[in-house]
Design a protein. Structure first.
Length: 266
């Protein structure tokens, strides 16, 4: 894929790397980048040799959010109407694409992660960040708008309402180390080790049963609104189906034989 393409797609074994590639502008979510990203995610979804994905940014930043400089209202709509329509047709679907992939997703946050870029990063199953990285929500204090692309959904569930509201109102930068302390991300690593650590993490995830990401996402999403009794019932209903699958039989055999389980690909 050409280096001037807004998205770069690379492979390291059964792990795919999807890289936002407008480094000279710190990887804004320009429309061509979003379109290209959705196209590549669609390709990966159908590629049964892919067992995990890493999303990261080229250059010094992960993603600085919306491409504000390109926002121009058409003659027949207000800018707000145009933006909302574009979100429904493209940006929101990008987040849904990431969340519905049939394999685990890692965000490797290599630098500043701001605005709508926060939603992209947190849409992954696991987030690992470089020590120099930070998360920044300038929406309300700088622009008078609410955080979007799922940022409010992810932040409140990971860091809690008080911290999510504080970040959204104050617009303070959240360093990667503090994001780890708050439970927003999985790990904070040395900058020079980010790619290696992300690949190692994705490689571990690639060895999981093929249905792992889908089942775990769905189980914790259900738990968000369920009572304890409802969640206990849900867990039992999933075990009713999953224990009869060959992955469980392989896991039991591996346990008894004191070896690592070997699960088939998708």
């Amino acid at each position: 894929m050409a280096d001037d393409h807004p998205i770069l797609l690379e492979r390291q074994g059964d792990v795919a790397w999807l890289k936002l590639n407008i480094p000279q502008r710190l990887n804004p979510l320009a429309q061509p980048l979003q379109v290209a990203m959705r196209e590549q995610l669609a390709v990966l979804r159908e590629d049964r040799s892919v067992r995990a994905l890493v999303i990261t940014g080229m250059g010094k930043a992960f993603c600085v959010g919306a491409d504000l400089g390109s926002m121009r209202p058409p003659s027949d709509q207000s800018l707000g109407e145009q933006t909302a329509d574009a979100m429904e047709a493209l940006s929101n679907r990008l987040i849904e694409d990431i969340r519905s992939l049939p394999f685990p997703v890692v965000s490797a946050v290599n630098g500043p992660c701001a605005g709508a870029g926060v939603g992209v990063a947190l849409a992954a199953d696991i987030v690992v960040a470089a020590q120099s990285a930070y998360f920044y929500l300038p929406f309300m204090p700088r622009l008078g708008i609410v955080p979007d692309l799922g940022s409010t959904w992810f932040l409140q569930r990971s860091a809690g309402r008080a911290r999510a509201v504080g970040l959204s109102l104050l617009g303070e930068r959240l360093p990667a180390k503090q994001a780890l302390d708050w439970g927003l991300i999985w790990a904070c690593v040395e900058d020079a080790e980010l790619a290696e650590q992300a690949q190692a993490l994705a490689q571990r995830l690639a060895q999981l049963p093929a249905h792992a990401a889908h089942e775990i996402r769905r189980t914790y999403d259900h738990a968000e609104s369920a009572s304890l009794q409802e969640q206990l019932h849900y867990e039992a209903s999933r075990q009713r189906e999953l224990i009869d699958r060959p992955e469980f039989a392989e896991g039991v055999s591996a346990f008894l034989e004191k070896r690592e389980p070997k699960f088939p690909p998708r």
